[in-house]
Design a protein around this ligand. Sequence first.
Ligand code: ADP
Ligand code: MG
Length: 238
Amino acid sequence: MTSVSIRDLSLKFGALEVLKSLSIDIEDGEFLVLLGPSGCGKSTLLNCIAGLLDISGGQIFIKGRNVTWEEPKDRGIGMVFQSYALYPQMTVKGNLSFGLKTARVPRDEIARKVARTAEVLQIEPLLDRKPSQLSGGQRQRVAIGRALVRDVDVFLFDEPLSNLDAKLRAELRVEIKRLHQKLRNTMIYVTHDQIEALTLADRIAVMRSGAIQQLDTPHEIYNRPVNLYVAGFMGSPG
Ligand code: ADP
Ligand code: MG
């Protein structure tokens, strides 16, 4: 089954055409990576799927439902941004529960969900700490937890590791992969990092100036790039 379907999506900022009639189908449980250089429209595409931007044309379906004009909160998605804005005055537990409280989820259910998320992400020992008492990697794990706790089908990750050092990035990459293998949710993951894309993705969509150049498995993209742009960007063997 198709999880997210994007049909002829266009978006303009004034005269600037940022997304150009872009279409893509993402399968249920798939780990799809949107890969491309800075400025090619990755975040804009993710924000359109999340419902955070008004699109200029096209349609977006999630689980077969046309969500093009639905509010972000009704779309059944969880999002993790590059800069993890945790609430500094709240504990980790408070940060994880906050969204559920505002959605009026019953208290015992919140406790159950927070405990399960903390277990999956191995952050149980951190639950009573404040963000200022966490390392960068721990904070990003909590930010991921805030998306996971909502129990949604589709997760959108916008360069969640790009503010971390190389060692932590490699570590969290492995954890995100493990997490996906465990939860089997649909993942749309934005990065400009080829290694991240090649190690995480079921399929990679290589983007350039608001359009998809090639959509295929890491193996195909790397070994059989469709044009010089993809070959050059992927560092494919010549
Ligand atoms: P990426 O995430 O791939 O780095 P973005 O989606 O952030 O790229 O940006 C794509 C293009 O749209 C860039 O040229 C950027 O300058 C422009 N852009 C992004 N957001 C806005 C905005 N709110 N207003 C005007 N231009 C924007
Ligand atoms: Mg971006």
